[in-house]
Write a protein that binds this ligand. Structure first.
Ligand SMILES: *Cc1c(COP(=O)(O)O)cnc(C)c1O
Length: 236
């Protein structure tokens, strides 16, 4: 009998313990095309990368139409055009200017690109992510409604980098509250939009079970599937 490899074992273990309403993104950054191929052969179809250059290389070497490539890292505006033709979802949209650029590039490609807005709730200082007030301002301004080539599907965020489980849970609760409030105020009552704001991307290797308890629909798991990476994992 063929021994199942470690990567596929890890994926299967995670899929067994999460509800079917939560999808698993295998975060393959810093890992090889061969490792992604193993995961693919085991049935995994959603992959997450955090750097455009690396995403492009992997997309070209693994041209399977049924892979969903998720861009989960910080994205510079001048790089949107490279991934616009094929990316399945952009998670970390953190300025209105970036949202507008994605809309523009999506129009050029004749696509509507699903995106998530990144919200900063962790205790660490970060240059990335909207504050909750900043996010509410974006929605209140109504400008986003004019962007016809992006579909704002939900929110993304990260919990504080800590062992304090209650702190992590509080961060996810904040994200979840914010998600529900926006859904209620800007989507639920609009027939054209009401089924489009559905994704809450939160939870990584060390905290995905807490994230799911707090309402996550997309978990982003890297080291828990592919093993630790020797490169700096904090580049976001
Ligand atoms: C690397 C990364 C992950 C995965 O982190 P792990 O702790 O290895 O599971 C998730 N989300 C983002 C944005 C990342 O950059």
């Amino acid at each position: 009998m063929k021994k199942e490899n470690k990567i596929v074992q890890h994926i299967n273990q995670i899929v067994e313990e999460i509800p079917s309403s939560t999808r698993l993104i295998a975060v393959s950054k810093y890992h090889t095309v061969e490792e992604i191929q193993e995961a693919y052969d085991g049935g995994q179809r959603l992959f997450g990368e955090n750097r455009v250059q690396e995403l492009l290389v992997k997309y070209e070497k693994l041209p399977y139409p049924d892979i969903e490539w998720h861009m989960i890292g910080h994205l510079q505006r001048n790089k949107v055009k490279f991934i616009a033709p094929f990316v399945s979802m952009i998670h970390a949209v953190d300025t209105f200017k970036l949202l507008r650029e994605i809309d523009k590039q999506a129009e050029i490609c004749g696509r509507i690109i699903p995106v998530l807005l990144e919200v900063h709730v962790a205790q660490e200082e970060s240059k990335y992510g909207f504050s909750i007030e900043g996010l509410m301002e974006i929605f209140a301004s109504k400008e986003w409604i004019n962007l016809k080539h992006v579909s704002i599907c939900g929110l993304m965020g990260m919990a504080s980098h800590t062992d304090d489980q209650e702190r992590i849970r509080d961060d996810f609760k904040q994200l979840s509250r914010c998600f529900k409030e926006i859904k209620q105020n800007y989507y639920a009552l609009d027939d054209n939009r009401k089924d489009t704001f559905t994704e809450l991307s939160m939870g990584m290797t060390n905290d995905y079970l807490i994230a799911i308890e707090e309402g996550s629909t997309l978990i982003r798991v890297g080291s828990g599937i592919f093993g630790p990476s020797t490169k700096n994992m904090n580049t976001h």
